[in-house]
Design a protein around this ligand. Sequence first.
Ligand code: FAD
Length: 403
Amino acid sequence: PVLTSPLHIAVVGGGIGGLAAALATARAGHRVTLMERAARFGEIGAGLQLAPNASLALDELGVLPAVRASAVAPPRLVMMDALTGDEVTSLDLRSSAYTDRFAHPYLVTHRTDLHAALLTACQEHPAVTLRTGHTVAEADQDGSGVHLHFAEGHTPLTADAVVAADGLHSRLRQVLVGDGEPVCSRYVAFRGALPTGKMTGRMSQHAASEAVMVWAGPRMHLVQYPVRRGELYNQVAVFESDHYTPDSDDWGTEAELEERFAGACEAVRDALPLVSRDRRWPLYDRAPISTWVHERIALLGDAAHPMLQYLAQGACQALEDAVALGQALGRSADPAEAFAAYADRRRERATLIQTNARRFGEICHLEGMAATLRNMLLSSRGPEAFDDISWVWTPTPAPAPAL
Ligand code: FAD
């Protein structure tokens, strides 16, 4: 659209959410300056699942072909019992039941590849200016705009409005909402992608199937899937620590990882030594908030709705945010009006997914009789049973059935 008076929008944070928001805003006809605190743009060396709601959003942002070029479209999502090694249930992503319901593919990608596709699109858009080494420390606003101040002492930047996409530990959320530190779940992830050829013996069979494998066990699970045209294999091992200590890194250790997975089936134990140990990731979320917009500043992505990863929706929701923001800014060049429309469209759905992600984690980590009952219930469902998940994978506001 051609707006008579385009705005200057500042985006804080150059992760998947911030880059997607910058692109959507520029495509809506506005001028964008994006500020990232890191010296270089980038993402971590692990994978990301993109459900059809995310591939729809990428399509709307014009980057789906670039993402598809390196992503893998897995044939199946499979849940296995991590103790017995038996298949519990699966979803057939190549069935007509899938294609009848979802117009867009289920993809798995390397984070760096998705991030690079969004970054390239931003770099190629004449209305986007990208800055690294800019850490937003403070923001003050008046009737005419927002003034951003930087920790590095750069000249402050004034914009008509600001999108805060500065992640889980968002500085702007801290200033505007003040809801303290994120909530630690006491779970930790070890994750990373390795050359697929390293998955030898029994492990090569699952890797070759290209399926998303979720091995669910008592207070732990392992997720595996291929990325980057199948050249790399992503593995994420997650478990609950018995030694959680606030303000300490001395819990959720490698030794605890080995201990928690010791009773797993051979396929999981074979894979465990190949799970990246470079870094441990404590897993956090926050309680939902009702106010995402503070006059001329709007929260987006993890800054607005950080969630546990059990529905694999954090980045998908950030992409949906970006599309909704672009559409709102395409309809109105009044920041207050556009931000209100964006938040109204997104808040209820993102909140539902945020709260259901916690519950899905609990279901995944059940023990004993509860796990047996879960397996019985889930195994009675066929590979075309998309009813329970389709509200998550469809970005229209819809009532959520109980998971
Ligand atoms: P971030 O990626 O955190 O980006 C924030 C950016 O802001 C960073 O670049 C940071 O450097 C910058 N920044 C921070 N503060 C400032 C400041 N003051 N000034 C300037 N810049 C700043 N989601 C899925 O959709 N599918 C999955 O399969 C999936 N799996 C996951 C697995 C795990 C183990 C975890 C932990 C998460 C997973 N997620 C998944 C969630 C997903 O990773 C996040 O929701 C998503 O990356 C959030 O993107 P974001 O851009 O909002 O935030």
